[in-house]
Design a protein around this ligand. Sequence first.
Ligand code: ATP
Ligand code: MG
Length: 137
Amino acid sequence: IERTFSIIKPDAVRRNLIGQIIAKFEENGLRPIALKKIHMTREQAEGFYAVHKERPFFGELVEQMIASPVVVQVLEGEGAILKNREIMGATNPENAAEGTIRKLFALSVGENSVHGSDAPETAAQEIKFFFSDDELV
Ligand code: ATP
Ligand code: MG
């Protein structure tokens, strides 16, 4: 059984969408085995998105992620990594399929409501970045 890491981003938390987004995961067989609401520091956001450091949108992305609180979660289920990516939809909401979180809720390619790990290695890294083993229940 697979685990992935998910963030409900500031734009969605501000609009009171935590429950509706978690419902999408649960309806699709993903179980939150750890979750917490945090206000990311600049250091955390820059570290988490270090892979995008050289991209033109890096500064804007960090500012958006630290503007207000987020919900970080570990989701568990069969094929959790790919399933989560399907439930989220394409990065740009204009390209996201009907019924996906980003189609339903995202404001723009930057403020796109959710993050999800893209591969087993990044999922493991990202889970460790925010959670200790004893928090995964
Ligand atoms: P995520 O990693 O957040 O789950 P993703 O894998 O679909 O999303 P990435 O290419 O990894 O997208 O980009 C990470 C995040 O950076 C995106 O979710 C989005 O918030 C932001 N981003 C990506 N491309 C752009 C862009 N062209 N303009 C502004 N922000 C962007
Ligand atoms: Mg990504």
